[in-house]
Design a protein around this ligand. Structure first.
Ligand SMILES: [Zn+2]
Length: 141
């Protein structure tokens, strides 16, 4: 299987089985969306839709925010669905995920020394913003 470059919405009552690649199934009654992982691994990714989880925007094409980080899947893919296009985001390493969970300070220290991606994903930017609030970097003091 190959990566999925774009995705189209399809409104359903309940999700079909199997799901088709390149389709974001949206169930309004269940306020949930589902799609096959865009890396092509074939795993189903379910995204509950709510203000505190994922927010779906439809303007002819579909966007889903924040980014989708499939840390629990073997592929660990991380991407953003933006206006129907799949934009690949930085993949965190296992140690970065662990660090993020266990020790926010260590994650921030790593990001200081690592080259910064030119464009941060919404997910990574949100983490950095949250870290800056609880632990302001030295250069801001
Ligand atoms: Zn995958």
């Amino acid at each position: 299987m190959s990566t999925v470059p774009s995705i189209v919405p399809e409104f359903v009552e309940s999700f079909p089985s199997p799901l088709q690649p390149g389709v974001l199934y949206v169930s309004v009654p269940y306020s949930t969306a589902a799609h096959l992982c865009c890396c092509g691994c074939g795993n189903e990714v379910v995204t509950p839709l709510s203000r505190s989880q994922w927010v779906l925007t439809l303007d002819g094409r579909v966007s889903l925010r924040p980014s989708i980080g499939n840390w629990a899947l073997p592929c660990r893919s991380h991407y953003i669905i933006e206006r129907g296009q799949v934009q690949w985001a930085r993949t965190f390493t296992e140690s970065q995920i662990r660090t993020n969970r266990e020790d926010d300070r260590r994650l921030l220290a790593q990001q200081r020394t690592e080259p910064q991606p030119t464009r941060r994903s919404g997910f990574a930017a949100a983490i950095v913003q949250a870290l800056h609030r609880i632990w302001p970097p030295k250069w801001r003091r």
